[in-house]
Design a protein around this ligand. Structure first.
Ligand code: SAH
Length: 284
């Protein structure tokens, strides 16, 4: 019997499967990397898993064996018969032919297909063109998802997990790290995919923090602080809000923050202090 990777390779190479660029299809074909990702996800017989974009089931074939239950969202209807065939011996899997971004109520699906569970683990070799919207959808809409083990372009992985003063640090880093503990796990070279993407990838883990209400106004403020990377924070804020540079200097001095600083050198905590001051002074 052919192993899984041979099966996928043959389908793709003999043009029996049409690869869809619009869905960012890059299938993982390296068993060692696949195992490494599964290991990093730390799944046991009590874990409930959501996988977004299973493709031909490279990761799924381990998930069904190790997890309690698995819920798949796959947009490409051409993949569904393959997934049905591969996993028809398992009764702990649900395969949904859906665009994840159009799922109306993630937590309702979890109630329905994952036994009303909490602390759900999301695992995904994400479709690259919608990495950020998928993460933001989960952070904004689900109260039941607890951690994400996700693959994305290396550059984005570095950005999401970087600290102040690194060249990758930007508004998105702050917003993601306000809501999660973000850890860079390991790099995945472009050579292990079929078809091969142009850039390398990496796996990161996002562990959701026990959060009060997410403050979208704060995130808008963060975006404004970073609006022009080369400008100082004071210049960005003076352009975006009705406030003089002199007044801004007074605020920063009170908070013990240098008046020459750029947003990229500020921690989430600094930014939040400035934001709170802005609210106090009714600038926002
Ligand atoms: N996990 C597989 C495939 C990764 S490629 C592997 O590692 O081999 C990305 C997968 O996401 C493809 O199967 C693609 O069809 C699917 N996909 C793309 N956009 C999607 C969306 N909006 N919702 C659900 N799945 C999507």
């Amino acid at each position: 019997m052919k192993n899984h990777n041979e099966y996928v390779n043959e389908l793709v190479n003999k043009n029996n499967f049409f690869i869809k660029k619009k869905y960012s299809q890059n299938f993982l074909l390296d068993e060692n990397i696949i195992k490494k990702i599964i290991k990093a996800a730390n799944i046991d017989e009590n874990t409930f898993v959501i996988e977004i974009g299973p493709g031909f089931g490279a990761l799924t074939k381990y998930l069904v064996k190790q997890a309690k239950k698995v819920l798949l969202y796959e947009i490409d209807k051409e993949l569904i018969p393959h997934l049905n065939k591969l996993f028809n011996n398992y009764d702990n899997i649900t395969i949904l032919n859906k665009d994840f971004l159009k799922v109306e109520d993630i937590d309702k699906d979890i109630d329905l297909y994952l036994d009303n569970a909490k602390d759900i683990c999301v695992i995904s070799n994400l479709p690259y063109h919608i990495t950020t919207p998928i993460i933001m959808k989960i952070l904004e809409e689900s109260k039941k998802i607890d951690r994400l083990i996700i693959m994305m372009q290396l550059e984005v992985a570095k950005r999401l997990t970087s600290s102040p003063d690194s060249k990758d640090y930007n508004a998105l880093s702050v917003i993601i790290q306000d809501q999660t503990k973000a850890d860079y796990l390991f790099k995945v070279p472009k050579t292990v995919f079929q078809p091969r993407p142009k850039v390398d990838s990496a796996i990161i883990e996002l562990k959701l923090l026990n959060k009060k209400i997410k403050d979208n106004n704060y995130y808008k403020f963060v975006h404004k602080c970073f609006s022009q990377r080369r400008k100082t924070l004071i210049n960005n804020l003076a352009t975006n809000y009705e406030i003089s540079k002199d007044k801004l200097k007074i605020i920063l001095k009170k908070l013990n923050i240098s008046v020459k600083i750029r947003a990229e050198a500020l921690t989430n905590k600094d930014l939040k202090n400035i934001y709170n001051k802005f609210k106090e002074e009714e600038i926002i």
